[in-house]
Design a protein around this ligand. Structure first.
Ligand code: GLU
Length: 557
């Protein structure tokens, strides 16, 4: 039999492929962006935005943004089993909420950029060109092993107590001749294409990671699959080809890929591509009964970005929180610059904490409260209304009808040096303020016991306090003098105007002035906790306050 050379084998495997890697180099020329970073966010379209993916997307975008470079979106849909229809469009919209936009990429129904297609399932011809070339070089071969044969190899390795995988003497098809390959292909045997590694896993390699510094790890010796039987590449191969021809400078991805870097370097070297820079980001963890574990899509609601959006966290608060996780100097920066503008902050990958990032909801709430506290009442109103329209429709029409009143409510203790920081997300607001709306107040009165009065004061004294208050309180008092007026009325009724006096001599009084104020608060606001009474008077007005107090008197009598 005539000896079949690698070129002939490559022609038999890929008869329709005419172009070469050199042609691709011309089609996708270097970007000539001295000193600028080209990064990419490369999700698989599963329809679920994990908090960890948002974290990666944010970092990816920020690294490009800070260098005035390019950040593109590549859809990694080679695993067709996991693909969810329409999810790339959804993803683009979700990320847009966080002001993460891409310079190039596949955006569901359209594409932008000269380095596409940006969807892997549309790049089959590019991968085939590269694989044909590897076959010509003797660095790729067809593998006909069935599932059963692979399982046999695994068992054999288990017995021999050696590392599992398709390598060395265990890589059966690596040792076939070209004649045997061609015969099997002609016989119609199904096959995948494997990379032929020249590595040795007893040797170490060192590569630099922008987050972790130098990493030393065993060389690759696996003949990994590069082209699956469905004609699509594996992640490893697509990563090498795409990040080279899309001219990525820094690959930013999750730390679960660190152990595969030797495979990737092996592939880059064999293909003759210069290596890219790597930054492997730590995964988000959570505490679970005293130990840490990965945030799980199945078990943890916090794993889903939608969970936070559904609760009404402002997207910028989530980004600010994630930036504080990404760069340990960011929080101090926010304090010294009195700003939460992530764009103005100079981010450094090497400032990322390495020991697994613990998700901290209190920290998220802290940032969110700070951010909402800095908004004007009208801004909060707009966000709150928009949120309610989407999630709490019945309330939306109420707050829309009562716009001025709602803004006044949201403005309580807002302007000034120390604004109240009580709202972390928009769904928190309505339950806290609903009693301001007359119809909600009236609806609450239908409950069995709407008034949580302190049991310390007798019913008779409560009724008396309310009656006298309605009669005597002067609603024209201003912010500085209103409390004196309350004190005066309280004193006349037998409440100590100084807490100290009451404490020293409790039998001489019905209660303290705080107890008196609490009666008015419970009658008008149905709660022991409310904003300042003066603000309640001011927003509700004399008529409504009197109506509410008289209703309480009626109900108690
Ligand atoms: N599609 C890969 C994933 O979702 C992306 C990894 C990468 O960024 O290279 O894990």
């Amino acid at each position: 039999m005539n000896k079949i050379d690698n070129n002939t084998l490559a022609e038999i495997m890929f008869p329709d492929v005419k172009e070469t890697i050199a042609d691709l180099e011309k089609r996708y020329p270097p970007r000539n962006m001295e000193g600028k970073e080209v990064t990419r966010f490369a999700p698989s379209p599963t329809g679920f935005l994990h908090l960890g993916s948002l974290f990666t997307a944010m970092v990816t975008k920020k690294v490009a943004f800070d260098s005035r470079g390019v950040c593109y979106l590549r859809i990694e849909d080679t695993d067709t089993k996991r693909e969810v229809e329409g999810s790339s469009k959804l993803l683009v919209n979700q990320l847009a909420r966080f002001h993460i936009a891409f310079d190039e990429g596949n955006f569901g129904d359209y594409e932008i950029g000269d380095y596409g297609p940006y969807k892997q399932s549309e790049r089959a011809d590019i991968y085939r060109i590269c694989i044909k070339e590897l076959v010509k070089m003797g660095r790729a071969y067809p593998c006909f092993c069935s599932k059963e044969e692979l399982e046999e190899i695994r068992l054999e390795q288990e017995k021999a107590k050696v590392l599992p995988g398709y390598y060395g003497e265990y890589a059966k098809c690596a040792h076939m001749t070209n004649e045997e390959y061609v015969q099997a292909i002609k016989d119609g045997c199904p096959y995948v294409v494997r990379f032929r590694s020249l590595g040795n896993h007893h040797e170490k390699i060192t590569f630099h990671d922008l987050v972790r510094g130098d990493i030393t790890i065993a060389q690759n010796d696996l003949d990994v699959v590069i082209l699956k039987s469905d004609g699509l590449p594996t992640y490893h191969f697509a990563h090498a080809v795409d990040d080279h021809f899309m001219r990525t400078t820094t690959v930013i991805r999750g730390e679960e890929w660190i152990s595969s870097v030797p495979i990737h370097l092996d592939l880059f070297d064999a293909l003759g591509f210069p290596r890219v820079k790597y930054a492997h980001l730590p995964v988000l963890m959570k505490m679970d009964g005293g130990s840490r574990r990965k945030l799980s899509k199945r078990k943890d609601k916090e794993a889903s970005v939608d969970n936070f959006i559904d609760l009404g966290y402002p997207p910028e608060a989530i980004i600010v929180y994630l930036m504080s996780v990404a760069d340990s100097s960011f929080e101090d920066w926010t304090t010294s610059n009195n700003s939460f503008d992530v764009d103005a902050f100079h981010f450094r990958l090497e400032k990322m904490s390495l020991d697994g990032m613990l998700f901290d909801n209190d920290k998220l709430d802290y940032f969110s409260k700070e951010i909402i506290a800095r908004m004007s009442a009208s801004e909060v109103y707009e966000h709150f209304l928009e949120y309610s329209k989407e999630y709490e429709k019945p309330y939306a029409s109420l707050i829309e009808r009562e716009k001025d009143k709602t803004i006044a409510i949201l403005n309580i203790e807002r302007e000034g040096l120390k604004p109240r920081k009580d709202y972390a997300y928009y769904s928190m607001i309505f339950p806290l303020i609903k009693t301001f709306y007359n119809e909600m107040y009236d609806a609450s009165l239908k409950e069995d016991n709407p008034y949580p009065f302190d049991e310390k004061v007798s019913k008779e004294n409560i009724i008396k306090a309310l009656k006298v208050f309605v009669d005597k309180y002067d609603f024209s008092k201003d912010r500085d003098s209103w409390f004196d007026s309350v004190k005066l009325i309280g004193e006349e009724l037998g409440y100590a105007s100084r807490t100290k006096d009451y404490k020293n001599n409790p039998d001489a009084y019905i209660g303290s002035i705080a107890d008196f104020a609490s009666i008015i608060r419970v009658a008008t606001f149905l709660s022991k906790n409310s904003p300042n009474l003066y603000d309640i008077f001011n927003i509700l007005g004399e008529k409504e306050i009197k109506r509410r107090i008289n209703l309480a008197i009626e109900r108690l009598a």
